[in-house]
Ligand binder design. Structure first.
Ligand code: LLP
Length: 427
């Protein structure tokens, strides 16, 4: 894993001794590497934004969002996509430029739409006709015109976990291409007084190692662009191709560089538009996991060690499902190391159990580790995406702190929750 090294017996991340971080800030602890995030941003600039004209990249903030993350993304020259009032509010509070924000969601509430309109959000990705009407009337009330994209369900199955596959026909997201709904939607958008339709959006799924579904979806969308030009006279100016680029979690995962996806997307759009005599639209990408997944690790402290003779050894850690629900939700696998025993031989096989009152709270089955003792520090890798952002307070467990590391320096960016925090809204 990039940005990691072993010095003596200890595991270092982003130039910092993780055993020291655990001592200094306590555990469980999310540790994010700013260097790693910036490197990803650089790759986006070099292999996409700098390589192709008329392109934009927005970070899908649902993967990991804090005020500091907004500031980093702004500094790095990317936009962000938000999917709720809370994510938008975070961006507003961070002073993120609103014209660089794209607002998603399959059922945005009126409050969320008002917040977006008031703050002049750059693009609304409209999911359905109900939302179109709502947005138009809110925009009218505020005397504004909102630029929109329609989210399209391209009918492409991305063969990832069912819960993170989004582009198939049977999906709660977007406007289906079956029937006449899309023609009607475009007509209504073109007629709407306070809406400016810019183009289309699709997102096929997440944690993908293959560009086939992106290519398929792009072809379907370019066909739609042609159709809509002919049938309703609509010229597509923007095409947002979503995110979904996979990362490394465990052995067997073979993530591809960004350009494997973006080159394929760009070449396909160019070819198809050329063949069909269409203008090349602005192309937008929305990577989330790929930007931050491998930029994060989580540190835990080992507590109870329970050997069931002939069955297995359970190692209890002081976190689990509330700070990382992904194993329970998606059967996600993670690699982990014992951060203070990197120089020791891995001669025991253990199962890492979370501390929730829930049998499904197993972080990892069958992990090879050195002889463990209570007090050892476990570092779980690739937890930068969809861990902090999906964390809960189940069992009234406070959420961990988040520390950002950069070239050997560490700084806290989110404080650890306290028991008082857990009760602050209770009467
Ligand atoms: N754009 C849209 C419209 C999306 O819905 C998503 C993810 C993305 C971009 C970013 O996708 P990414 O590059 O991160 O794959 N909680 C799940 C992942 C859900 C993804 C939902 N949408 C997980 O932990 O695997």
């Amino acid at each position: 894993m990039k940005g990691t090294e072993v010095i003596g017996s200890n595991f270092y991340f982003g130039g910092c001794d993780t055993v020291n971080l655990a001592k200094k800030y306590g555990t469980p602890l999310y540790v994010m590497s700013e260097d790693y995030i910036c490197e990803r941003c650089k790759e986006v600039r070099k292999d996409f934004l700098g390589k192709y004209e008329n392109t934009r990249a927005v970070y899908a903030s649902k993967a990991f969002l804090t005020l500091e993350m907004c500031r980093i993304i702004e500094r790095e020259g990317l936009g962000i996509d938000v999917v709720s009032g809370g994510e938008l509010y975070t961006a507003i509070k961070a002073g993120f430029p609103m014209e660089k924000v794209i607002f998603h969601g399959n059922n945005k509430t009126i409050d969320e739409i008002e917040l977006a309109v008031k703050n002049n959000v750059g693009r609304m990705v409209v999911d359905n006709l109900y939302e179109l009407e709502l947005l138009n009337s809110v925009a009218q009330a505020f005397g504004k015109t909102m630029k929109i994209l329609f989210r399209i369900t391209p009918g492409v199955d991305s063969h990832t976990h069912k819960y993170i596959s989004t582009g198939q026909v049977d999906s709660k997201f977007g406007i289906p291409l079956k029937g006449n709904i899309i023609n009607e939607a475009i007509r209504r958008a073109m007629d709407a007084s306070n809406i400016e339709l810019m183009g289309f959006h699709f997102h096929v799924g997440s944690q993908l190692f293959d560009n086939a579904s992106h290519i398929k979806a792009v072809k379907i969308l370019v066909e739609l662009m042609k159709d809509m030009k002919e049938k309703v006279g609509f010229i597509t100016k923007e095409l947002n191709t979503g995110g979904g680029f996979g990362i490394y979690y465990v052995e067997g995962d073979e993530p591809k560089p960004l350009k494997y996806f973006t080159d394929a997307v760009m070449n396909t759009i160019k070819e198809e538009c050329g063949e069909l005599g269409l203008y090349m639209p602005q192309v937008i990408i929305e990577p989330g996991r790929w930007m931050v997944g491998e930029a994060g690790i989580t540190l835990y402290t080992v507590g109870s060690i329970k050997e069931i003779p002939g069955v297995r050894t359970y190692v209890g850690i002081n976190g689990g499902l509330p700070d990382n629900p992904r194993p329970a939700l998606y059967d996600a696998k993670y690699e982990a190391v014992v951060a203070n025993k990197m120089d020791q031989e891995k001669n025991s096989l253990v199962t890492i159990a979370g501390k929730c009152c829930e049998s499904g709270d197993i972080l990892r089955y069958d992990l090879k580790v050195p002889m463990l003792e209570s007090g050892d520090i476990l570092a779980v890798k690739s937890t930068g995406a969809y861990n902090y952002s999906m964390a809960s307070n189940y069992n009234k467990i406070p959420r961990p702190a988040v520390v950002m590391v950069k070239e050997g320096e560490d700084r806290i960016i989110v404080k650890r929750e306290t028991y008082e925090d857990l009760l602050k809204n209770e009467l």
